[in-house]
Design a protein around this ligand. Structure first.
Ligand code: HEC
Length: 204
């Protein structure tokens, strides 16, 4: 008899714990769902107003203006698309520090040619395999993927300004970028700068 009542107590106790946990979960989940919705909304807002599409989304001409082609959103310089070339004479003769291609994803200047990378979550060709740490440190330090010995991130990526985003805003941008459509598009590596500037060399 005693044994039976102990069992009843145990069962009742177990039931209480389960009910309490259920309530706790119910209370927690809408709040955390709301929180992550807020984070994504903030990320979308920041990606929009900081103009990531201006340079990372290929363009199509609409009424004579280059507009982002949102079907290829944030997929970077289109694979195989030509890019401009530049010589140091352009600065003097054409008053052009850099030349951009029609997609506004390739940039030729004194640094060589830089290409806006694919920042969709595609695992092979985008940033799907990146860590949040590498993403944030790249923007904070101006070094590729935040590696201390990594190559500098080239113009015109405005990391100097973005590097001052708060931790929360960085996280929101990262989280939002994970939700955009993955696009498979391999972007070329940067091309090194042209040779030394024209003019007399030492001894000439
Ligand atoms: C004015 C043009 C421009 C804008 C605006 C821009 N980017 Fe970039 N971004 C580039 C270019 C060009 C590169 C490639 C630089 C290189 O190869 O070193 C780049 C590189 C990157 C990289 C790779 C960094 C690394 O570690 O190598 C990330 C990530 C990135 N951009 C994210 C963003 C995000 C997010 C935004 C908006 C908040 C944005 N970019 C806005 C032009 C731009």
């Amino acid at each position: 008899m005693r044994h039976r009542s102990r069992l009843v107590y145990l069962a009742f106790g177990g039931l209480c714990v389960a009910v309490c946990c259920g309530f706790a979960l119910l209370a927690l989940s809408p709040a955390s769902a709301q929180r992550s919705e807020d984070v994504l909304a903030r990320g979308e807002y920041l990606v929009t107003i900081l103009g990531c599409d201006d340079c990372h989304t290929p363009k199509k001409m609409v009424d004579g203006q280059p507009m982002p082609d949102m079907t290829l959103r944030l997929s970077g310089h289109p694979e195989g698309a030509p890019h401009p070339t530049w010589t140091p004479r352009d600065v003097m003769e054409r008053h052009a520090l850099f030349l951009g291609d029609p997609n506004m994803t390739a940039w030729a200047g004194p640094w060589g040619v830089s290409f806006s990378p694919n920042i969709t979550p595609d695992e092979e060709t985008g940033i799907g395999e990146w860590t949040e740490e590498a993403f944030v440190q790249g923007l904070r330090t101006g070094k590729h993927q935040g590696q201390p010995n990594g190559r500098p991130i080239l113009p015109p990526m405005p990391w100097q300004g973005y590097g001052k985003l708060t931790d929360g805003d960085m996280h929101a941008i990262w989280e939002y970028l994970r939700t955009v459509d993955a696009v498979s598009n391999t972007v070329p590596s940067p091309v090194p700068p042209p040779g030394p500037p024209p003019g007399p060399r030492p001894g000439e």
